[in-house]
Design a protein around this ligand. Structure first.
Ligand code: ADE
Ligand code: ZN
Length: 336
């Protein structure tokens, strides 16, 4: 996909990005060899050929397999550095990054190894590229709430490194309400909160995420449109939605990108941002997500600029950095 110069240079924030979903096959094969861990793919081409999914669960099964080659702190640091090197060239100024601690601790890894490795990568990104970041720890919703609670306990010594909690993995049959207590405890401990909702699951899950988990943003959320009164309520409250079109297409939430509900979400007055989810698996990083919506839905440059503005307004930034990034965006738009 050719990305236009306007999109390429547009300052933006990435707000929906799973660090394990940035694991490019070349790096995965290198780390697997280094750690002597078997992978079901012998080459990068073989891996890419296997990235054909008919739903979220099919993707998740490959995704958890791929990340199991990550063993050392350096592995997590290398993964994070590679992502930040790549998106520095996509004019990403700030990134809010999910990680799935339970996918690693469940195979015997220390929470510290994972968290410190990613943290070191984020520090590199700030020093090398000036990209600021926040780390968001997701609970795996297919596991029990007690498991999430134990993970929250493990995270407490890393309170300074982790800004927010999130909720991801297999959505259907795992409503937000299953995690009421752990989100309440996380909020009491000062964490911000977000949740995947309304990706494959119903609009009711979006309602639960907002009303019961009291999240500040909804990840995906496209299915909110099935409930017009909830849609207008969340539009009025300016709850941000982190939308990921290439993901929605690859996981067959929509059959074609032309059927993506982004324009309907904008028309409904929702606060929308564009993001990449698991770019190594879905065929594009943030700029390709912006471009796909211009190419397939005819979203114009001015609207993409307002989506980039939303990304800075919806980010967990302090006032100084937010003002700096909004000024960068204004200056970019004024000098064109
Ligand atoms: N984990 C990584 N990507 C995800 C997605 N799109 N939905 C739910 N959980 C995920
Ligand atoms: Zn996601």
């Amino acid at each position: 996909m050719t990305v236009s110069p306007f999109i390429e240079h547009l300052p933006k924030a990435e707000l929906h990005l799973h660090i394990e979903g940035t694991f490019e096959p070349e790096l995965m094969l290198r780390i697997a060899r280094r750690n002597n861990v078997p992978l079901p793919f012998a080459s990068a081409d073989e891996a890419k050929a296997a990235y054909n999914f008919s739903n979220l669960d099919e993707f998740l099964s490959i995704y958890y397999q791929c990340m199991s080659v990550l063993i050392t702190q350096d592995d997590f640091c290398d993964l994070t550095c590679a992502y930040l090197d790549r998106v520095a060239a996509q004019t990403v100024r700030h990134a809010e990054i999910f990680f799935d601690p339970q996918a690693h601790t469940s195979r015997g890894m220390d929470f510290a190894t994972v968290c410190n490795g990613i943290r070191a990568g984020l520090d590199y990104g700030r020093e090398r590229h000036g990209i600021t970041s926040r780390l968001i720890m997701c609970f795996l919703r297919h596991l029990e709430e007690d498991d999430a609670m134990a993970t929250l306990e493990q995270a407490m010594p890393f309170r300074e490194s982790i800004y927010a909690v999130g909720l991801d993995s297999s959505e259907t049959g795992n409503p937000p309400g299953k995690f009421t207590r752990v989100f309440a405890q996380a909020r009491d401990a000062g964490f911000a909160a977000v949740a995947h909702a309304g990706e494959e699951g119903p609009a009711e899950y979006v309602r639960e995420a907002v009303d019961i988990l009291r999240v500040q943003r909804i990840d995906h959320g496209c299915r909110v449109l099935d409930d017009p009164s909830l849609t207008s309520e969340l539009a009025g409250r300016a709850i941000p939605f982190t939308v990921c079109p290439l993901s929605n297409h690859k996981l067959r939430v929509v059959d074609t990108l032309e059927q993506h509900p982004l324009r309907d979400m904008l028309d409904a007055g929702l606060t929308v941002t564009l993001n990449s989810d698991d770019p190594a698996f879905f065929g594009g990083y943030i700029n390709e997500n912006y471009q796909s919506m211009q190419d397939r839905l005819g979203i114009d440059d001015a609207t993409l600029a307002s989506i980039a503005r939303n990304s800075f307004n919806a980010a967990f930034l302090d006032d100084t950095r937010r003002a700096e990034l909004l000024a960068q965006l204004d200056s970019y738009l004024n000098t064109r």
